[in-house]
Design a protein around this ligand. Structure first.
Ligand code: R5P
Length: 287
């Protein structure tokens, strides 16, 4: 099977290929003078299985993914791995007249199989025109947190939506876990309802699927520190970290930010390559 990494997932594709004992196919990414995207796969793709790995945090990344799929027209089978799928949070119409953006995106993916990783809403998988499965990075995250060597850490989700994730991260390592209650006021402002978690004298690790503006986590950090936590670490699957998110988090007093490489940032210290490699090899870490 040939592994081809899109421009947003070059490292992750290389790591996945290595985990599978192969080399990623080289591609060329460029722009035409008018700004349109140019792409060329350096290898001939003929009657073989290919796996494309490309996160879509930006609109350009999505176009690159469509171009990659089109360039693989000679393949016998196309797997598409979208480690971070942009627009997955617009999984329904929140107001009349809105599109279901996640559906609009998913419908364009012309492949034999799709894999996502901790997609924001699993219902989005149904919008793909082919079988789609979501992989769960929770075990990898739990093992990574265990490696911190923190004494009796408390894992906390910042809202009810991340309850399942924090439970999965904690289970298997015997970590205590709980969740906070969040109300979103605007795109980058949230209110975290005060909740006594008894974090006094404890190391807290906040766990969420993604950090975007950092608003959710900044409020959570402040509350947990005010309630007596020794320190607060952050872990997330997808480090979107838009605008000045990292600064907001450090100003709020975070100890460290650890994320996976579904989006390739300085904080992406934990690779999901083993998860993808295992899924592609046919083992079942699929949820
Ligand atoms: C929302 O439900 C997600 O799980 C995250 O909590 C949210 O997207 C984080 O956004 P922000 O960092 O902008 O607060």
């Amino acid at each position: 099977m040939k592994i081809i990494g899109g421009p947003a997932s070059q490292l992750l594709a290389s790591r996945t290929a290595r985990a599978l004992g192969t080399e990623p196919v080289l591609s060329e990414f460029n722009r035409f003078p008018d700004g349109e995207l140019y792409l060329r796969i350096a290898d001939k793709i003929e009657n073989e299985k290919v796996t494309l790995i490309q996160s879509t945090p930006t609109d350009s990344d999505f176009v690159s993914l469509l171009q990659l799929i089109d360039a693989c027209e000679g393949a016998a089978e196309i797997n598409v791995v979208i480690p971070y799928m942009g627009y997955a949070r617009q999984d329904k119409k929140f107001k009349p007249g809105e599109p279901i953006s996640a559906r609009a995106i998913a419908r364009c993916i012309n492949a034999d199989r799709v894999f996502t990783i901790n997609i924001h809403e699993k219902s989005v998988l149904e919008y793909f025109p082919c079988p789609a499965r979501n992989l769960d990075a929770a075990n990898l995250m739990g093992a990574y947190i265990a490696g911190f060597g923190l004494e009796n850490p408390m894992l906390v989700a910042p809202d009810e939506g991340a309850q399942g994730l924090v439970k999965n991260v904690a289970s298997g390592h015997g970590f205590d876990y709980d969740h906070l209650q969040k109300t979103r006021l605007s795109g980058d402002t949230v209110v975290i309802k005060t909740k006594n978690l008894d974090v006094t004298g404890r190391h807290v690790v906040l766990v969420d699927d993604m950090i975007a503006t950092g608003g959710t986590m900044a409020e959570s950090i402040r509350m947990l520190k005010a309630q007596g936590a020794i320190d607060v670490h952050l872990t997330c699957v997808h480090p979107v970290l838009t605008r000045n998110a990292a600064l907001r988090l450090f100003n709020a007093g975070v100890k460290d930010i650890i994320a996976t490489d579904t989006i390739e940032k300085a904080e992406s210290r934990l690779s999901v390559a083993p998860l993808i490699a295992e899924a592609l090899s046919g083992s079942s870490t699929l949820s």
